[in-house]
Ligand binder design. Sequence first.
Ligand code: GAR
Length: 212
Amino acid sequence: MKNYVILISGRGSNMQALIDARLPGACVGVISNRPDAAGLAWAAERGVPTAVIDHKAFPSRDAFDAALAAEIEARGAELVLLAGFMRVLTEPFVRRFEGRLVNIHPSLLPSFPGLHTHEAALQTGVRVHGCTVHFVTPSLDCGPIIVQAAVPVLPGDDADGLAARVLRQEHLVYPQAARGILAGRCRLEADRVVWSDDATPPESALRVPAGG
Ligand code: GAR
């Protein structure tokens, strides 16, 4: 069984989806950079160990990332799942966990990296929006893509409605991706994601790959 940690900064709905999915691994910690992250209480109530590493207590990004890495390693985690973790990680941190560091982003990358993705989707008039689970590389919201899910942008949508539609998909694809990695069916190989069973989606699928 593999150990994994989940890093959050706030609400933690993706963290909940991951824990509720009963992944083939043990969640050895939910770590937040914000003491007031709502997700911490949810995890603690379910007996998942929690920790806070408050970024405000550190003089630099490097110092914060070093403490974060030490905490992750002390817990024996082999996989690090960023779930609404709103800190930019330094290159040494990313390199240290290369191939074992995964993020979910609320857009179809490489469109709309950064913040306010739903507003940007509405502003540009894209008809299809969605979310992406990807391995993390040193560039922000970049890296080999594991799973994507698409949703339509409908007439009359506002950012909140669109965000809610995307979030429902996030809660499906993140456990799918994490399950694939923990089960050894999905890995990073020479900067590309390889799924061992070559899941081929039906033509109508908006979740790619569809299996898992
Ligand atoms: C999610 O929509 C996630 O994709 C996004 O923050 C939200 C966190 O919600 N992450 C990013 O924007 C990272 N760049 P949650 O705390 O309920 O999971």
